[in-house]
Design a protein around this ligand. Structure first.
Ligand code: FEO
Ligand code: CA
Ligand code: CA
Ligand code: CA
Length: 614
């Protein structure tokens, strides 16, 4: 049952049609405004963004990064018109970043400042934004504006702090890592910090020899990395150390002489205190090391541990939760020493991986040395101590028989009843071995699974909330009875608001849906879907009209990241990798196909000034 909680709101808009234009589309009575596109200066050390791509690496270090993804609005003094937007920048489009694409000769990057610009376009932006006369603007030169980039020094906290597995030529103490990469989804802590997640970081490193079991399992390549930044390293020049580190092949006598451990400083949830200028980011290793998509805390209860959920976005990868040893003190939400509160809850706790059983029950399996493996041994024997288990979280999860999922992406917690929702974006490589939680072969459309925590830390109960589909797919595929008004594929971003509205964003991969609409954001109120006995229901043919399309993005983009002001009158959504947007008001450029695309945040408001969605 849903505990007798009554839904407090109903959706106040009709589903909009699919769209395939170079524009954002919202329901009648709503407007969308572009805010903080890639390259927006945060301070006067950055030149204004240049449409010819000529901004320097130094400009980029002082301007909004590229390919916006997860984000959070942090109000200043509780304000809904003045706050800090923390924006993840997942990756780069190097064709759009530079005047003429990335320069290279024989596989060697030839322009060092291009590489510097690429590294600076990654990471996180903290941006002061303010609404004046109905329009949101970036407050340039605000003292809280700042960038965390692929160069920024960050602290290592939790089980791997000080580990010899993190010792490098740069840091002999194992307590510092440089930069954060591929920051995809995100979350917030209950104490007012931003939690940014390192997703496809293994692709930034290579290791021609000496790969460990953990390196191989997480996918660090022996022969290739994404942007070949290490090739910009000169011979013993000042740039050597900054760029050479992306080649993690052992070259010296020991770990302190080379970069063999460089990638061990990546793969974490990273905590940022947006409210404190110049504060250092902290990598929270206790939450595990994998391709973190996002991180979300469970329903809070005073005197109980704090739970965080995070999924590993990979085909056949796993869902995890972390449970703090410290119990929740509501007064911690009001502390100004936010990173110390983070130390309290995020450094000591237990990491679990999920096993979804066939009967709708589930099990959280603790990833600690004493846990039995399916092979009849223990994690302690097979993997090692807690440090080793964290460093190679995924192998530990393999060993205990966790359930391989169809690419876990974002997670959202229903504030009404504590139910937890997870997008499983797609998995077209599931050609056999379905399981009840991932029941479709060739899962091109994806689905959203849901669970409620059970009577103890190791049990839960789950069902599948909705299956993505094209509206004209056969009944074996269109299992939720979707129509033209709500067909979707590849659910990815997922957020609940305080009223219990679940917002679903797509990163579409299925032709049958992309033929009909660009990527989109839909809304549904799960707690309104109850049967006669007041039990929560899933989306079915009889109630699917409760799932409504609210927003459609421009051509070529993914819609990802969603946050709102406390009054729920301003929703911020990110447009990532648009094809020909947002400068489409320049008709001559648009016709020529010469618009330099810019990922950007879009602010959605209601023309009558009311709350969004109702
Ligand atoms: Fe970066 Fe899993 O989406
Ligand atoms: Ca994503
Ligand atoms: Ca995705
Ligand atoms: Ca993406």
């Amino acid at each position: 049952g849903n505990g007798g909680n009554e839904p407090s709101v109903t959706l106040g808009f009709n589903s909009i049609s699919g769209s395939k234009t170079d524009a954002c589309v919202v329901p009648p009575g709503y407007s969308a405004q572009v805010l903080a596109p890639w390259g927006t200066p945060l301070n006067s050390d950055a030149s204004p963004w240049q449409a010819d791509g000529s901004n320097t690496g130094e400009d980029q270090a002082n301007a909004v990064g590229m390919h916006h993804d997860g984000m959070s609005y942090f109000p200043l003094n509780g304000s809904s018109t003045d706050g800090l937007l923390c924006i993840n920048h997942e990756y780069i489009d190097s064709g759009a970043l530079h005047p003429n694409g990335p320069s290279e000769e024989n596989g060697i990057r030839t322009i060092v400042d291009e590489v510097r610009k690429e590294i600076n376009a990654h990471g996180v932006s903290v941006v002061r934004i303010r609404k004046e006369n109905g329009k949101w603007n970036v407050v340039e030169n605000d003292s809280l504006n700042r960038r965390y980039t692929g160069f920024t020094e960050m602290d290592i906290a939790g089980p791997l702090a000080g580990s010899d597995k993190l010792v490098t030529k740069y840091d002999g103490t194992g307590t510092v890592a440089r930069g954060t990469f591929n920051n995809c989804g995100s979350g917030e802590s209950p104490w007012g910090t931003f939690l940014t997640c390192e997703e496809n970081w293994p692709g930034y490193f290579k290791k021609a020899s000496g790969r460990t079991a953990a390196d191989e399992r997480v996918g660090i390549s022996s022969n290739n990395n994404r942007y070949r930044w290490e090739t910009a390293a000169g011979d013993a020049s000042e740039v050597d150390d900054e760029f050479a580190r992306f080649d993690a092949t052992p070259s010296g006598a020991s770990a302190g002489d080379d970069y063999r451990n460089e990638a061990n400083g990546h793969g974490y949830v990273v905590e940022i205190d947006p409210y404190t200028a110049n504060s250092r980011a902290v990598k929270r290793t206790a939450l595990g090391r994998f391709r973190h998509e996002c991180v979300v805390y469970g329903k809070l209860e005073a005197g109980q541990p704090v739970t965080f959920y995070s999924g590993h976005d990979g085909r056949f990868e796993y869902l995890y939760k972390y449970v703090s040893n410290a119990t929740w003190s509501p007064s911690d939400a009001n502390s100004n020493n936010r990173l110390e509160i983070g130390d309290k809850y995020l450094n000591d706790g237990t990491l679990y991986v999920a096993k979804f059983n066939e009967n709708g029950a589930g099990q959280w399996i603790p990833l600690v040395p004493a846990t039995a493996t399916t092979g009849g041994s223990t994690l302690g024997n097979d993997i090692g101590d807690q440090e080793d288990i964290i460093l190679d979280t995924i192998s530990a999860a393999d060993a205990v028989g966790a359930t391989p999922m169809d690419r876990p992406e974002w997670i959202a917690v229903d504030p009404v009843n504590g139910a937890v929702y997870l997008t499983l974006t797609n998995n077209t490589q599931r050609t056999d071995n379905t399981n009840a939680a991932n029941p479709r072969l060739n899962n091109a459309f994806g689905h959203i699974i849901r669970w409620m925590e059970g009577g103890n830390a190791e049990s839960f109960n789950w069902d599948i909330f909705v299956f993505g589909s094209a509206d004209d797919a056969d009944a074996n595929t269109n299992l939720s009875g979707l129509t033209a008004a709500n067909q979707f594929a590849s659910p990815d971003g997922l957020v609940t608001d305080p009223r219990g509205i679940l917002w679903i964003q797509t990163d579409n991969g299925a032709d049958e849906v992309t033929e009909e609409t660009n990527d989109q954001m839909l809304a549904v109120i799960p707690s309104n879907l109850v049967d006669d006995d007041n039990n929560l229901e899933t989306v079915t043919a009889s109630n699917q009209a409760e799932l409504r399309r609210f927003f459609v993005g421009p051509n070529g983009c993914e819609v990802t990241g969603c946050t709102f002001t406390p009054d729920l009158k301003n929703f911020f959504v990110n447009i990532q990798h648009p094809g020909n947007w947002p400068d489409t008001d320049n008709a001559a450029l648009a016709t020529a196909g010469d618009v330099r695309p810019r990922a950007a945040t879009v602010v959605i408001t209601k023309d009558d000034g009311g709350e969004i969605g109702i």
